[in-house]
Design a protein around this ligand. Structure first.
Ligand SMILES: Cc1cc2nc3c(=O)[nH]c(=O)nc-3n(C[C@H](O)[C@H](O)[C@H](O)COP(=O)(O)OP(=O)(O)OC[C@H]3O[C@@H](n4cnc5c(N)ncnc54)[C@H](O)[C@@H]3O)c2cc1C
Length: 395
């Protein structure tokens, strides 16, 4: 699949487009942390990150900024669907990710605030189910968090109205996703990682020694309008946007699902603090700074229209989110006008809660599908991807 309309110059081929050891496709949290770790492990390893947008524009700069491991209704649903072993293993990775973020980035300019996480329950049947099963859940979480009661009932002065129960954990924190990605970019530049922004990868081909002239085990990645690169290995971290790029026989489901986010203007007297989960994580809200409210999600209300990797608004979940606020925080009459800032982001869902990490071909490793918890999960996924690349004899 040669792109004959565009021919890079010799000067470009020997600088910007020169062959790296590893090409990372996608500059989100997973790609950036992996690129940085590759360089830190081996400063001689030439690492190039290729990103389709002028700035990283996947989920990593468009999420809600929860450093979280999951609320009781979501974790209990996971227990039923995937069993205790898988659920605890996933929570362990998320928890390790929160600890890694706190150790490495909380002291830097990422607006880290550890107000804890909350779960809001507003119907009696769910409240009853959680009351019955909380000891079971806390028992399993204790081996990860070391806390006898990771989630405990705690009334909050902020929520009123029809709220039936509120639980809190002291572990979860919030951050500014744009500042985190920007800090990682700075660290990558400092470590010597190279970047190409605005270069969408359309296609890759591995093990084409005659075609690329770079020896067995090489991989060629290519895109319209910018040319192509030959690397020893490729790491694909495009998350929800993987389907277009991966071979048709790549068996894991990677399903893009659009989420909506609403952010208020500053609200006089606004006091709510913390990361709030509702209904298996489908809805989430938090304070942003001192006096703004962010609320997002509700993809379960959007039906088929949320099954897309295209950014865009959706009035149905947006109206649902505002209705919910009027239920939970009724002393204020919430309207559309309270949320002049809105955006969407694309989550990668699959058949289970674990990310995908496997070679799509001999020298193309895929690391992605982080669902709604990639802020915490991406550190562990990136580390495991780098271990796999490092174990290869080619770098
Ligand atoms: C609205 C929303 C709210 C969320 N809230 C939270 C939260 O509060 N806490 C939490 O833990 N997680 C949350 N998540 C999930 C979290 O953001 C993701 O799991 C995580 O950011 C995934 O990181 P990533 O690097 O794997 O993928 P991404 O951040 O999606 O990065 C993929 C990158 O690849 C690029 N790319 C795509 N295709 C190509 C191509 N063909 N060529 C080159 N580049 C390409 C994209 O532009 C993008 O920059 C949320 C997600 C969304 C959408």
């Amino acid at each position: 699949m040669e792109n004959s309309s565009f021919r890079p110059s010799h000067w470009e081929n020997t600088t910007f487009l020169r062959s790296p050891d590893v090409v990372v496709i996608g500059a989100g949290l997973t790609g950036l942390q992996a690129a940085l770790a590759l360089k830190k492990n081996n400063p001689k390893c030439d690492v190039l990150v290729i990103e389709r947008s002028p700035i990283p524009r996947g989920a990593s700069t468009r999420n809600a900024g929860f450093a979280c491991f999951g609320g009781p209704t979501e974790l209990l649903a996971d227990l039923d669907a995937y069993g205790a072993e898988s659920t605890v293993a996933t929570v362990r990775e998320r928890y390790a990710g929160i600890q890694a973020l706190e150790a490495n980035y909380a002291g830097r300019d990422i607006d880290w605030q550890k107000h804890g996480g909350y779960e809001v329950i507003d119907d009696e049947a769910t409240a009853e189910m959680v009351r019955e099963r909380l000891p079971e859940l806390n028992g399993l979480l204790a081996e990860v968090t070391g806390l006898a009661e990771t989630w405990a009932y705690e009334s909050t002065p902020y929520l009123h109205g029809s709220t039936r129960a509120c639980l809190r954990n002291p572990i979860e924190a919030q951050l500014h996703p744009g500042k985190l990605v920007s800090t990682l970019l700075k660290d990558c530049h400092q470590a010597g990682v190279r970047f190409l922004f605005g270069c969408e990868v359309d296609y890759f081909a591995s093990q084409l020694p005659e075609a690329v002239g770079a020896g067995a085990g090489s991989v060629k990645v290519e895109g319209a309008g910018w040319g192509s690169i030959v690397a020893k290995q490729a790491l694909v971290t495009v998350n929800a946007f993987a389907r277009k790029l991966l071979p048709a026989d790549f068996s894991e489901t990677i399903r893009p699902v659009r989420n909506q986010i609403l952010l208020s203007d500053p609200l006089p007297g606004f006091k709510l603090r913390g990361c709030y989960h509702y209904h298996e994580g489908y809805v989430y809200f938090r304070n942003v700074g001192e006096d703004r409210l962010l609320i997002g999600g509700a993809r379960h209300q959007a039906g088929q229209s949320s099954e897309t990797d295209a950014f865009g608004p959706n009035g149905v979940p947006e109206a649902y989110l505002i209705d919910k606020l009027n239920q939970w925080l009724p002393e204020r009459n919430w309207t559309n006008e309270d949320f002049p800032t809105r955006w969407s982001g694309i989550i990668a869902q699959g058949d289970g809660k674990s990310p995908v990490l496997r070679y799509a071909s001999e020298n193309v490793l895929v690391a992605g599908r982080l669902a709604g918890m990639g802020v915490a999960l991406s550190a562990a996924l990136a580390r495991r991807a780098v271990e796999m690349l490092g174990a290869s004899t080619k770098i």
